[in-house]
Design a protein around this ligand. Structure first.
Ligand code: BGP
Length: 478
């Protein structure tokens, strides 16, 4: 028997970013404000991300790194040239809804906004880089929040469909990989950041969030339908913030709780991929007296328009327990917190580092859905600092990524169908959870700090050459 290659031919190596974390130019060329433009850095950010925000206009006392971000809006050609130098086969980006429809629902789209992404796709295609497009990566036009309460309202379903159709018609010859909502399960945890949802005092949070979730799920199915009609040779997927939850002990109560935690997330993908509300969700609605309003036709729409692939982000596994004492040992993490797993280390930001968990998560998703997987986010956020020669030896990042890529290779050997890997933030960008510049993921350093100082100059970190070789050898160098 000959030894197998670690990764299939044509594997889509690349990197991933989101419009609101890189573009800057937050009011340029007709762009409207979005929820993400209102997230300041500092202690109040968390509460606002959770939906507790009173004033829907940027506060002049705050500095918002995302307003200028790394100025990708004006710099994308140089940045794409660097990605091409690393040999990227794919690049995942999102479109800002408010660049296309500044208020979310105009009769005609903003041509300057459409043209920006047209040029961006041309630039990628010129370098043989496949664009992977997320239709909504957190951005919701503020006007829709003010006038409709964002995704709490059914009205957004048609607006999102119209927005998606506009993109499919315009970019049908250039974009063949799409995703509807980034980390759709974020809605339950950070509803303002994830879906522009503002929570009012006394409001039944769970009711509002699951109703909003239903609207997004219907909107996602409508986008899938439109994509298949308009671009028959395209693939459109969902996108989950994934990461297996471990029970702290073998106590069946802990096992059940861990399974329940995972189902909070799987719920979304069960609907998007299997096309129906799972029994456990219906029971949850019943047990909690939730009344989720569905229109006639919703169920068949969901059933007939399931996704082609499962996109997911993986940074960490999680851990939970039914013992209140153990639950006190909390650590942070992507989207959800977790208790500290005694077997695992955490990053500078408290996120659990668990490459084996990556293999487990990929296997879990494959076993559950039997659809191709696309790893569209993974990486290590760290406080890189240039040495006296301006060099950044980010060996810690190389180590994190090597271990995770090897775990992914194991998952592929397990029989999991993985079509690509786009690491998060291949160039330093604004962090989603903190809003800061100092949490960096890039192979490319950007000279910019939390206060807005710096020349925005780009330079290669040690991991740049490392990733280049990984791609060049299709992972055999790992
Ligand atoms: C995911 C988001 C990204 C992102 C990443 C890293 O939740 O989809 O937008 O930024 O996590 O998170 P952070 O920037 O907080 O380190």
């Amino acid at each position: 028997m000959t030894e197998q290659n670690k990764f299939p031919e044509g594997f889509l190596w690349g990197g991933a970013i989101a419009a609101n974390q890189v573009e800057g130019a937050y009011k340029e060329d007709g762009k409207g404000l979005t929820n993400v433009d209102l997230l300041p850095t500092g202690p109040e950010r968390r509460k606002i991300m959770e939906g507790y925000i009173k004033d829907l206009s940027p506060n002049r006392d705050h500095f918002y790194p995302s307003h200028q971000a790394i100025d990708f809006y004006h710099n994308y050609k140089e940045d794409i040239a660097l990605f091409a130098e690393m040999g990227f086969k794919s690049f995942r980006l999102s479109i800002s809804w408010a660049r296309i429809f500044p208020n979310g629902d105009e009769d005609t789209p903003n041509e300057v906004g459409l043209k920006f992404y047209d040029d961006l796709f041309d630039e990628l295609i010129k370098h043989d880089i496949e664009p992977i497009v997320t239709i909504a990566h957190f951005d919701v036009p503020v006007s829709l929040i003010k006038r409709f309460d964002s995704w709490k309202s059914r009205a957004l379903v048609d607006m999102f469909e119209n927005y998606s159709r506009t993109l499919f018609e315009r970019y049908k010859d250039k974009v063949k990989y799409w995703m509807t909502f980034n980390e759709i399960n974020m809605l339950l945890h950070l509803p303002f950041m994830g879906a522009g949802i503002v929570l009012k005092e006394g409001e039944n949070r769970t009711q509002s969030l699951y109703q909003a979730a239903h609207h997004q799920l219907v909107a996602s199915a409508k986008a899938v339908k439109a994509c298949h009609e308009i671009i028959p040779d395209a693939q459109i997927g969902c996108m989950l913030a994934a990461g297996m939850t471990y029970p702290y002990s073998s106590n069946p109560e802990d096992i059940w709780k861990a399974m329940d935690r995972d189902r909070e997330s799987f719920f979304f993908i069960d609907v998007q991929s299997r096309g129906e509300y799972p029994g456990y969700a219906r029971r949850f609605f019943e047990d909690n007296d939730l009344d989720i309003h569905m229109e006639s036709g919703d169920e068949s729409l969901l059933k007939e328009n399931t996704v082609d692939y499962i996109g997911f982000s993986y940074y960490s596994s999680r851990c939970t327990s039914t013992d209140p004492e153990i639950m006190k040992k909390q650590t942070s993490g992507n989207v959800f917190g977790s208790i500290k797993n005694p077997y695992l280390e955490v990053s500078e930001w408290g996120w659990t580092i668990d490459p084996k968990g990556f293999r487990i998560t990929a296997n879990q998703l494959w076993d559950r859905y039997q659809k191709p997987l696309f790893v569209v986010e993974n990486g290590l956020g760290a406080m890189d600092a240039p040495d006296e020669n301006g060099k950044i030896d980010d060996d810690y990042r190389i180590q994190y990524l090597s271990e995770h890529l090897n775990a992914m290779a194991e998952a592929i050997r397990d029989g999991v169908d993985i079509i690509g890997y786009t690491s998060w933030g291949p160039i330093d960008i604004v962090s989603a959870s903190t809003g800061e510049m100092k949490k960096r993921y890039g192979y490319i350093y950007v000279d910019r700090d939390n206060e807005g100082n710096g020349t925005l100059a780009r330079s290669r970190k040690k991991s740049f050459e490392w990733y280049k070789e990984v791609i060049e050898t299709n992972g055999e160098s790992l």
